[in-house]
Design a protein around this ligand. Sequence first.
Ligand SMILES: *Cc1c(COP(=O)(O)O)cnc(C)c1O
Length: 344
Amino acid sequence: MKALQELVRKNIWLLSPDETSLNKPDKDDARVFLDANENPYNKPHNRYPDPWQTKLKATLSQVKGVAPENIFLGNGTDEVIDWVYRVFCEPRRDNVVAIAPTYGTYKVCADINDVEYRAVSLSEGFQLNAKKMLDTCDANTKVIWLCSPNDPTGNSLQQTEIEKIIIGFDGIVVIDEAYSDFSPAKVFRNEIGKYPNIIVLNTMSKAWGCAGIRLGMAFANKQIIKLLNKVKHPYNINMLTQRHAIEALEHRQDVEKWVRMLLQERSQLMKAFEYLPICERVYPSDSNFFLAKMTDAQSIYKYLIEKGIVVKNKSEVELCENCLRITVGTKSENSELLGALRQF
Ligand SMILES: *Cc1c(COP(=O)(O)O)cnc(C)c1O
């Protein structure tokens, strides 16, 4: 890995933490708060939230097995993805390399930040080819984007190939593990001590059932977390989100139960799809969704919409011709979908 200073945008490196940090005194000692122009009435929502999310990070630390100083929180993972560009990539000069197909936000944020995005097609079985990825990098490649299990293909990327990339690349490797709760594969958030150049992303939006509260997270070494903290908006995680997330994290048995139910439903739904005459192929999944190649995805998609059922049409995505991405729902939602498809 290059020295961090060589990887970071110059203006971000030069930002003094004092410019952005919130120098609040320790709240435990203070009693009277006349510093932030808050309204003293309407408790508790009259106060600004904790900018460092101390309690939430302590709780997360227990659940994820990562120290609080190695955690950065975003208003959804999507915010963290944008910060990665804004910290590491100089617009109109640097580039990033990503697998294709994958989560669309990596490309959207590259375009917004005016950073070149180099997409490398996955190989047979939607698998990662480390050599192909590394060959696409040049001196201005700052970040490699990986997603495992991958969206929209559903499968986990091969661990040995991921490791080859982490070791072989001298910049930052982001591994988006949004769906790792559904997968038996080893998680890279446990490897941040071993690999100083990785950023692992997790979210409360999928297995944790909290897409509405907007909470995403990055796990990385302390130096990278410090950089993200330097650029974040002070109160990016609101009070309601912090509270609700702590509550959700204290009920992790619920998540384990949901994951078990969804995996069982997924396996039944995938089997049923294999028997549908309009389905040509069901791809293996390590997630709470799967990709299915249909005879005519576009018209099946439209037909389902008319029935009030929404799936994701991925026909236009590379390597996903005629594919629908199906999120696993409740038993009754899944049978409603199957019933409709059998009548198509
Ligand atoms: C759904 C998803 C996310 C979650 O994004 P949030 O902004 O946290 O809701 C992140 N990465 C991938 C690959 C996803 O599919």
